[in-house]
Design a protein around this ligand. Structure first.
Ligand code: EPU
Length: 366
């Protein structure tokens, strides 16, 4: 028999989003298996709004949320196929992402090590195809199982069907429609195979390998190097609330990049193809003098300008809300547009009062 799901009504979501924005939800349902979701969908009217909240690390929640919030906290890791040189696993959506990275690497299953210390839960990882230090989630994903909420149907996606791109997937394109329950990963067991070419990672990982008097960098060195880099640059949301990179790295015409280079010779960009260049948004913000800046209490981070942080303390009488984030977002976008003629695009997802995902890039809360 299916265990019953957990219902809270109303619920304070300020501790369930890493930006720590004030948010009161009318109703929150916590799921621990797929059958519970079917029970809930059967009992709902088809047009009743639903909103899926996973680890809360990439969302900007409204002060009041009228949609029913679904929290897929299903747990479990299953080995589907174990060979000498590779392993195929399936992970339930509620498994903590960083704990999964540690678990796989410690078992000698490699591929996820570059994605260490990314906050959030496994089920959310495919939505924006999390990526860091030269690796994206889709390098290892084999399949995703998800429920299409509007039609109440289950779908098994192979990797191609997920339509992964830079911080993108079908689940992001059809935002709000899918609840992911399982993600499959193909991992390898070759400790000499690493992705350590990314900027400061190479130096840090090499140092670790040398310290251990080893000849080669192994995946454990890479993971430890990434943990050290992220801890030094990125604020811990438990200490200083944030939702990671706040803006995407913009892709601009290479001709535009060359003209910026004449004005700003140090500007950081990476060639995408002959026509396009991806620019480091953190560099743009930093060199516009906005590192640490913004409109209080939402400020750009002192060590990594691309991250916006919430400085309103837990016991402040008035908690920061979506409107405060919008103010700083708008301020930075306008400054960057004026200085470099580039419109920065927000990365975290803006949620409206009814749980709808607002795709507008310049949303100012009403
Ligand atoms: N930079 C500055 N000043 C800053 C920040 C960055 O000059 O304040 C420069 C850096 O010196 C570097 C360049 O900008 O030359 C790029 O910076 P970094 O290597 O830190 O990476 P990023 O492009 O800022 C991206 C991801 C991060 C991911 C890192 C590492 C995006 C939007 N962000 O950041 O992802 O951890 O690469 O791979 O693609 C996240 O999505 O939450 C996230 C943290």
């Amino acid at each position: 028999m299916t265990a019953s799901y957990l219902l809270q009504s109303p619920a304070d979501l300020s501790a369930l989003n890493t930006m720590a924005l004030a948010c009161q939800a009318e109703q929150v349902i916590t799921l621990s298996d797929e059958a519970q979701l079917e029970q809930i969908l059967n009992a709902k009217h088809q047009h009743e709004p639903l909103f899926v909240l996973s680890g809360g690390s990439n969302v900007l929640l409204p002060p009041t949320l009228t949609a029913t919030v679904l929290r897929p906290l299903l747990r479990g890791i299953t080995v589907l196929d174990d060979r000498d040189d590779s392993i195929h696993i399936e992970v339930m959506a509620g498994e903590n992402w960083h704990d999964l990275v540690l678990y796989t690497v410690n078992n000698g299953w490699y591929g996820l090590e570059n994605l260490a210390l990314i906050p959030g839960l496994t089920g959310a990882a495919p939505v924006q195809n999390i990526g860091a230090y030269g690796v994206q989630l889709d390098d290892c994903v084999t399949h995703v199982r998800a429920c299409h909420l509007p039609t109440q149907t289950w779908h098994d996606f192979d990797k191609a069907a997920c339509q992964f791109g830079y911080r993108d997937s079908i689940f992001k394109q059809q935002a709000g429609e899918w609840l992911i329950t399982r993600v499959g990963f193909a991992l390898h067991k070759d400790p000499t195979r690493v992705q350590a070419g990314y900027g400061d990672l190479q130096a840090q990982a090499l140092q670790l390998a040398n310290d251990a008097a080893r000849q080669h960098i192994n995946p454990v060195d890479v993971m430890q190097a990434i943990i050290a880099i992220r801890q030094s640059k990125l604020p811990d949301p438990k200490v200083l609330p944030n939702c990671g990179s706040f803006f995407k790295n913009p892709v601009i015409e290479t001709a535009h990049f060359h003209s910026l280079q004449t004005q700003f010779p140090q500007i950081v960009g990476y060639k995408v193809d002959e026509q396009q260049t991806k620019v480091a948004a953190g560099w743009l913000i930093d060199h516009a003098g906005l590192k640490g800046g913004g409109i209080a209490p939402i400020l750009s981070h002192e060590q990594q300008a691309l991250v916006l942080t919430n400085h309103s303390a837990k016991n402040d009488p008035i908690q920061a809300c979506q409107q405060d984030v919008a103010a700083t977002q708008h301020f930075i976008q306008q400054q960057i547009l004026a200085k470099y003629n580039i419109m920065l695009e927000r990365e975290p997802v803006w949620i409206d009062r009814d749980g709808q995902i607002n795709m507008s890039n310049t949303t100012l809360a009403s």
